[in-house]
Design a protein around this ligand. Structure first.
Ligand SMILES: C[S@@+](CC[C@H](N)C(=O)[O-])C[C@H]1O[C@@H](n2cnc3c(N)ncnc32)[C@H](O)[C@@H]1O
Length: 209
């Protein structure tokens, strides 16, 4: 089978995350934990899927009685998450998996969460469509993301700088993630502005059949 351009970009982004894994907590550890707290205060139900778990920034916030499965396509990021889970004796099912091709049956989870993931997924609508598929009908999807600014000047600057950001860390700084969520067929219920007109908490729901 021949590799598609999405496969090639996916491999390149995965390699970048493998490379930055040792430094990840030093950088992201500085972002305000209250954003992650807000996300986790909104989860519903017992069966939770965290997509793009990274090094496990959210571990401390998992609801006590939840059954959490957490996936990431970067084995290096996962190795840090595994060490953290072991250190804190956290029960979490950690698996290597690409969000663009989730290996779970449909309608499996009450809530699916992701924090700062869809900025680097090569085909975000495909990933979000997979998220919708594995979420139960009426289930919740909650995303913490940075997105393209609504300010035209700032947005143009972001478009200009994006190739450099992508080359450096595999991150797109000009994604229209709220629109991508809608394009996947999820219903956007609320978008909460967190900072600078670009950091947002997006709450969506899978329509009932
Ligand atoms: C910016 S980090 C965020 C990590 C964590 N969610 C956090 O809040 O600190 C993005 C994570 O998403 C993962 N990721 C990116 N694209 C992915 C994909 N297509 N499938 C699965 N994981 C992916 C990366 O490996 C990385 O661990």
């Amino acid at each position: 089978m021949t590799a598609t351009s999405t496969d090639r970009v996916t491999d390149a982004v995965k390699r970048r995350y493998n490379r930055i894994a040792p430094f990840y907590d030093l950088v992201v550890g500085r972002a305000p934990i209250k954003w992650w707290e807000l996300l986790w205060s909104k989860v519903e139900g017992k069966k939770i899927l965290e997509v793009g778990v990274g090094t496990g920034r959210s571990f401390q916030l998992y609801p006590v009685n939840a059954e959490v499965t957490a996936i990431d396509f970067s084995p290096k990021m996962l190795s840090y998450a595994r060490a953290k889970a072991q250190k804190h004796k956290l029960k979490v099912n950690l698996l290597e998996m690409n969000v663009q091709k989730i290996d779970f049956q449909s309608n499996a989870f009450d809530t699916v969460t992701a924090s700062f993931v869809f900025c680097s997924v090569p085909d975000p609508v495909r990933g979000l469509t997979e998220v919708k598929r594995v979420c139960k009908p009426g289930g919740k999807v909650i995303l913490l993301e940075h997105v393209r600014s609504e300010n035209r000047v700032a947005a143009s600057l972001m478009d200009m700088v994006n190739p450099l950001a992508f080359w450096m860390v595999g991150d797109n700084i000009n994604r229209r993630t709220v629109e991508d969520v809608r394009a996947s067929g999820l219903t956007v219920e609320q978008v909460t502005e967190l900072a600078a007109g670009i950091f947002k908490l997006i709450e969506a729901r899978k329509p009932l059949d």
